[in-house]
Design a binder for this molecule. Sequence first.
Ligand SMILES: C[S@@+](CC[C@H](N)C(=O)[O-])C[C@H]1O[C@@H](n2cnc3c(N)ncnc32)[C@H](O)[C@@H]1O
Length: 272
Amino acid sequence: MKLAEFIGFVRENCLPNRHDALELASKAFSIDYSKIPLHLSDEIELTEGIQNMLERLQKGEPLAYVINNKSFYGLDMYVDGRVLIPRPETELVVTELLERFGAETELKVLDICTGSGCIPAALLAERPLWTADVIDISSDALDVAEINLGRYAHGRFRLKQGDALKMSDYPAGGYDIITCNPPYLTENEWENSPESLKYEPKNALSDGGDGLSFYKKLLDMIPDLCNKNGVALFELGQGQSVAVTAWIKGQNYRIIKDYQGIERVLVWTNSL
Ligand SMILES: C[S@@+](CC[C@H](N)C(=O)[O-])C[C@H]1O[C@@H](n2cnc3c(N)ncnc32)[C@H](O)[C@@H]1O
């Protein structure tokens, strides 16, 4: 079979999106994505490993898990079923922080609910003087975060297994930047979510309740964790900004909207 035929087969049977099909071909046959057009008439071999990938995709497993890769802020992040697949809207957190803080200062980052570690990995890849502490309740997730932070922030990070809802589980404070993309779907939203989301860890997506439990607790704790003039950025679920901002004392915050106009990121500044 030629590579072009393989791509056509994949688009017809499991990945209609052209970019996805090319990404699969790139990973499956170790061809640079941008060079695929030069290899379309190459003969390829459908090994057992590749047939297995196709079967997984046909059953509905997300491409990112099948190829163990998701691009985040232009960087390749290792992912598997132990972590949430990084989402494009989460890149807003990274963009905001890189626009706000230049490369010349040493800053300390705390990433809460780190999952794949995509947020601190992207930040530290761009800012060589920054260091990060990351916390997640799942030791499996921390194993994945270690891979990504090892790739992009070698020697500049510490991992901590702990419950984000318990202050006693945190490293001591002194952070300039705090980031968190917590599980924010309600139990009901999770139950009614598409089948593809069921491949992701449930506790990465939903807090098992009203979807708001992390925000209130975090807003209580961040004044003690964050340096003066430091910032905390939390990703928000659709429609959650009103409830979350009602818990903030003072006007030291703003909201960033995502590309769809949804109020997506809370930016809180420690002005006290
Ligand atoms: C929405 S995912 C975020 C992953 C990553 N930061 C991202 O933006 O792609 C939420 C993460 O929170 C973790 N988590 C869930 N409950 C937690 C808790 N009580 N304390 C700490 N981490 C928790 C999950 O293991 C998961 O990795």
